[in-house]
Design a protein around this ligand. Sequence first.
Ligand code: DC
Length: 218
Amino acid sequence: MIVTIDGPAGSGKSTAARKLAARLQFAYLDTGAMYRAIALASLRGSIDLDDADAVSQFARALQLEIDCGPTHARVSVDGNDVSEAIRSIEVSRATSTISRHQSVREHLIALQRQIGKNLVDFVTEGRDQGSVVFPDADFRFVLSASVEIRASRRHQEMAADGQDVSLEEVAANIRYRDAIDAKQWEPLLASGAAIVIDTTEMAIADVVDRLCETVSGA
Ligand code: DC
């Protein structure tokens, strides 16, 4: 069974997807981590992030590995675990830039489908999972929430992580990313194929319950 969860930054989809996977004992694929890992490696390799061909060639030469365990998703590049390093705001900004390059997307889409072939039941989370990568998925969710609540959630996460960023900076980053990212899941909304959950007023446990009830047919 394939469950896709797409939506904007801070909609709660990462936590919800991870918890849903753990509850169902499904694998969990964090596709944002794959884009982030390429962005981080490109920054470290001093690649021009605006140069689609350069980033794409560089990305294709990397050994990108992702562990899809329901409770311990880890990502490594050329054998180095970068699971924590990919979460900085600098990497978030760089990821927005490199994820716009179609050649980079095509590489990761192929990689994600290949990973999917080796998994039996999985929850995959990102921006284009239900619309582009796994359009035949059994359940395709889109999670949404107001910009204010998403910025506040992200800010709390980053503060807990020891990152010194202001709420305004996080909100600006979220607005910037929305403008780019929404294109990916909009077709899913336009066609009415998505199951949409607005998480603005919901606790994460309730979001997971709702997802779980839908998937289990309860
Ligand atoms: O979900 P996240 O915040 O880790 O995603 C990081 C960035 O990667 C975000 O700006 C959008 C991009 N992304 C994407 O374009 N397609 C995906 N399937 C997953 C993430």
